[in-house]
Each structure stands twice: as C-alpha cells, then as structure tokens.
Design a protein around this ligand. Structure first.
Ligand SMILES: [Zn+2]
Ligand SMILES: [Zn+2]
Length: 138
C-alpha cells in the first residue's frame, strides 16, 4: 500500500505510516482547544506498529478525567503537535491531521467532546456526535 507521510512545520520531525487509518475524529475537549489554538483538534487513528518516526519529540504527559495517562508529543523546535497516545491503548497512535503532508487525505467521521465546545463552535450536523469520549475504535 501507499505510505502516508508527514512531519512538523520546521521539518525536524518526519514520519511515515504503512497502514490504513482506523478513524478520523474532531475533538472539542478543553485540552484539545489549547493545542489547536481554540478550535477542535483533527485526529487520525492508526495502529502504532505501522509508524516510523524520525527526529526529536517532546512529551507532555497528563492524566485524563478517565484516569488514562496520556502522552501528547510535539516538536520542541517549532511546537507542532504531532501525536497523542494513551498508556491504556499502546497499540494505537493518534496523529494530528495537520501534521500529515496531505491534510485532505481523509474526512472526519465523528465529532467528540461536544459538551466542552464553546457556543459559537461550528459542528457538522451530518456527523455522529458524542458529548464525551466515544467507545474505543479497537
Ligand atoms: Zn518542528
Ligand atoms: Zn480532545
């Protein structure tokens, strides 16, 4: 299959993926609003064993409301958010759509954490919505 490639704004971090994406979702949780400059993050889920990453990442670790320990990885040089991983689901890696070379590769399948979105948020009515965390994709 065709490789899916991406990296950060400054080019210090590059990655390639050799698997089909499992899901694409928009997340309006409060933490994502910090990461995405006030909007929802756009996230693509892949099997973590199909990604090869080159370059240095910094890791912001925090504990989610669910008790899950989360790692959010970004480029220490340019600050681009690239990956999110939950310690409870090590077989999955979430890739920020903005870090893909082709940001039009996929279209979102759902909007999650709508309960934390601001009132002005534009939420696509044609997509499934979850007020909080949806059931795991795998
Ligand atoms: Zn960078
Ligand atoms: Zn979120």
């Amino acid at each position: 299959m065709k490789e899916i490639k991406g990296g950060c704004l400054c080019g210090q971090v590059r990655f390639r993926i050799t698997a089909e994406p499992m899901a694409m979702r928009l997340c309006w949780c409060r933490l994502c609003q910090y990461l995405a400059a006030g909007n929802a993050t756009v996230n693509v889920v892949f099997p973590s064993n199909a990604i090869t990453i080159e370059g240095e990442l910094r890791d912001f670790r925090c504990v989610a409301e669910s008790g899950n320990v989360m790692h959010r990885r970004f480029c220490p040089n340019c600050g681009t958010q690239l990956f999110s991983e939950a310690e409870s689901r090590p077989h999955l890696i979430i890739v920020r759509n903005g870090a893909l070379d082709d940001t039009a590769l996929l279209t979102p399948g759902a909007t999650i954490w709508t309960s934390q979105a601001p009132e002005w948020a534009w939420i696509d009515e044609s997509l499934p919505q979850h007020a909080g965390q949806p059931p795991p994709v795998a």
